[in-house]
Ligand binder design. Structure first.
Ligand SMILES: Cc1cc2nc3c(=O)[nH]c(=O)nc-3n(C[C@H](O)[C@H](O)[C@H](O)COP(=O)(O)OP(=O)(O)OC[C@H]3O[C@@H](n4cnc5c(N)ncnc54)[C@H](O)[C@@H]3O)c2cc1C
Length: 241
């Protein structure tokens, strides 16, 4: 289906959102992804003109899809994407994927996001908030520096306005930031989980992990070690990071 670029927005240091107007209404569930194919590449890319990206908007935000990504200079695809003029048409294929929230999935849920892995959780939390669903969510969101926290203001507002949404953000390299960080530090490791979810092995929650493959593997292993059975874990690996 044809998607028209209607808006671009900086989300955080290095992260940009692209808003697309579909030629016809498309139904999708929060957390799903699309294949996005650029009409041609301005900069060469050995992987070609197609990538998968999560739809970071929620189905409650009608009329557009939002794609949020970290722009990388070494990616010809992303350099081309970042320079597309507004009004450009591209090809979208989807929705795809099973890393999604159904309204009947009442949880409670714990979300582990590594960097840009926040995109499906942005879609899901926005959906829960907009529909005022009674679904408890605890988001644990890790970034290198505070400047790289995408959707920060929005996430802080959700947490402040909705007793069901709990958020903990951690920063792994506060010394590399210009901003003074007084929150949690470190990666999503045993120490951080011990602080935030000391009795994780006995919780009745569903655990969701999204981010670069190495992060997802590490958190999956850790949850196993802490007594969480694999049937309670859902993962989405952002191959390519
Ligand atoms: C389900 C899903 C959802 C995603 N959602 C997002 C999102 O919301 N935002 C976002 O920024 N990214 C998302 N990604 C990752 C995205 O598709 C890109 O791969 C990533 O952004 C890196 O793109 P790139 O052009 O910078 O690097 P690339 O040029 O794509 O990749 C860099 C390196 O990784 C290798 N590589 C990449 N992909 C694969 C693969 N599939 N199999 C084997 N090797 C590979 C390449 O060979 C290359 O060496 C998602 C991936 C998946 C699978």
């Amino acid at each position: 289906m044809k998607l028209k670029l209607v808006k671009k927005q900086d989300e955080a240091k290095g992260t940009v959102s692209f808003f697309w107007e579909p030629e016809k209404k498309v139904s999708y569930l929060p957390g799903q992804f699309f294949y996005f194919t650029l009409p041609s590449l301005k900069y060469p890319d050995p992987r070609g003109a197609t990538r998968h990206f999560t739809i970071s908007s929620s189905p409650t935000e009608e009329g557009f899809f939002r794609l949020s990504t970290r722009i990388r200079e070494e990616s010809g695809y992303k350099k081309t994407l970042n320079e597309l003029p507004l009004g450009t048409g591209i090809e979208g294929e989807g929705p795809n994927g099973t890393f999604l929230l159904d309204e009947g999935d009442t949880g409670p849920h714990v979300f582990f996001a590594g960097g840009i892995g926040i995109t499906p959780f942005r879609s899901i939390i926005k959906f829960v908030v907009d529909k005022n669903l009674n679904i408890p969510i605890h988001l644990i969101y890790s970034n290198s520096i505070p400047e790289e926290i995408a959707f920060r203001k929005e996430i802080e507002e959700w947490q402040a306005g909705h007793p069901n949404i709990k958020v903990d953000m951690a920063v792994s390299k506060p010394e590399e930031s210009k901003e003074k960080w007084e929150g949690l530090t470190g990666r999503i490791d045993e120490n951080l989980i011990g602080k935030l979810l000391p009795n994780i092995g006995s919780l009745n929650s569903i655990f969701w992990i999204s981010g670069p493959p190495a992060m997802v593997d590490a958190v999956e292993d850790l949850l196993g070690k802490l007594g969480v059975t694999s049937n309670k874990v859902r993962s989405e690996k952002f191959t390519g990071y």
